[in-house]
Design a protein around this ligand. Structure first.
Ligand code: ASP
Length: 331
């Protein structure tokens, strides 16, 4: 029987309702009751690694880095076939993508979560954990990179996003769909994520900002970034990658005066950013001043990627090459 290590980090999957206030709080016994889901024993031998018990909005670049090192270490063990990480849903996609970019392995890594507390009617945590262990123990999940298994769907880390504030069917991969499903006792994988990147880095850049432009944006938030100590920016633009003139001017200043990498993403949740429009602030004008286009990555994923890439590259040209539309695994 395969050994799967369950790394617990916190989130609603490990929360209960406070009887006095009625709000959701971390369970004091961490995840022990969850790990004792009876059917797990029929699928795999499991081991528990208690990493943390925090809500996922409390994640930070340093915690992500530490988690990645822990997962790397666990998967180097010959007796371990795969890892399941339990996590809060809010920032699960950032963690999944960070792990996908920074852990070198062919073994399955599955992130899972819950939208309902452990003690809530219809809690989804135990079922999500069971399905995730099933995926982690499956030969079909090998060499697919980091995956997310929630609500019996399997998603690639690069594509998945939380789409619903409250519904258990919250995780989707807009534009591409899940890569597979779990039904009953079967793990069915329909496709393999082709556009994966992976980096063996010794450090990451923590100071990467994420700003979303808006109608009437004067670009003044961009201009304070250097004095706040930021080293990189992800700028969420409109449509196919367009911004107001003042934002274009501030971006130009940031790139030219401070050599800061600026990654352009879109507030549209499907499709790629493109250098289509030539007017000032249009995608083509942003490209001409050296802004880097994030292809189809969401803003939060582009930020994770820039943090990792800047751990390795510092000149703008090398950074921009990492955002080209080609697979690069293990570099
Ligand atoms: N706020 C919670 C968290 O991300 C939500 C969840 O886990 O579903 O930790």
């Amino acid at each position: 029987m395969k050994k799967i290590v369950i790394v617990t980090t916190g989130g609603t999957i490990a929360m209960v309702r406070d009887p006095v206030t009625g709000s959701s709080v971390p369970a004091t016994t961490t995840h022990r009751h969850l790990i004792h889901v009876e059917q797990l024993h029929a699928i795999a031998e499991t081991e528990h690694y208690d990493f943390s018990n925090i809500p996922s909005p409390h994640m930070s670049p340093n915690i992500l880095w530490e988690l990645s090192r822990v997962v790397n270490r666990i998967l180097k063990r010959d007796d371990v076939a795969g890892v399941v990480i339990t996590h809060g849903t809010d920032t699960l996609e950032e963690t999944a993508y960070f792990i996908d970019l920074t852990v070198q392995t062919e073994k399955p890594i599955i992130l899972t979560a819950a939208m309902r507390n452990l003690d809530e009617l219809g809690t989804d945590g135990p079922r999500n954990l069971l399905s995730s262990v099933r995926v982690a123990a499956s030969i079909f999940a090998r060499n697919l990179g980091t995956l997310v298994c929630v609500n019996d769907e399997i998603h690639a880390a690069v594509d998945v996003t939380k789409t619903y504030t409250s519904n258990i069917a919250t995780f989707e991969s807009p534009g591409s769909g899940p890569i597979g499903i779990v039904d009953d006792e079967s793990v069915v994988v329909h496709r393999r994520p082709v556009l994966r990147s992976n980096y063996a880095v010794e450090r990451i850049e923590n100071s990467v900002a994420l700003l979303k432009t808006f109608v009437g944006d004067k670009g003044d938030f961009i201009r304070v970034l250097p004095e706040l100590g930021y080293k990189g920016l992800v700028l969420e633009a409109f449509g196919s990658g367009n911004v107001p003139v003042s934002v274009h001017d501030a971006t130009k200043w940031l790139i030219e005066k401070h050599s800061m990498p600026v990654i352009i993403t879109s507030r549209c949740f499907k499709g790629r950013v493109l250098g289509t429009y030539g007017y000032t602030g249009g995608g083509r004008s942003l490209k001409s001043i050296g802004a880097i286009f994030a292809q189809g990555l969401s803003s939060q994923k582009a930020r994770i990627k820039l943090m990792v890439v800047m751990g390795k590259q510092s000149d703008l040209k090398s950074i921009s090459e990492e955002f080209l539309l080609s697979p690069k695994v293990g570099g």
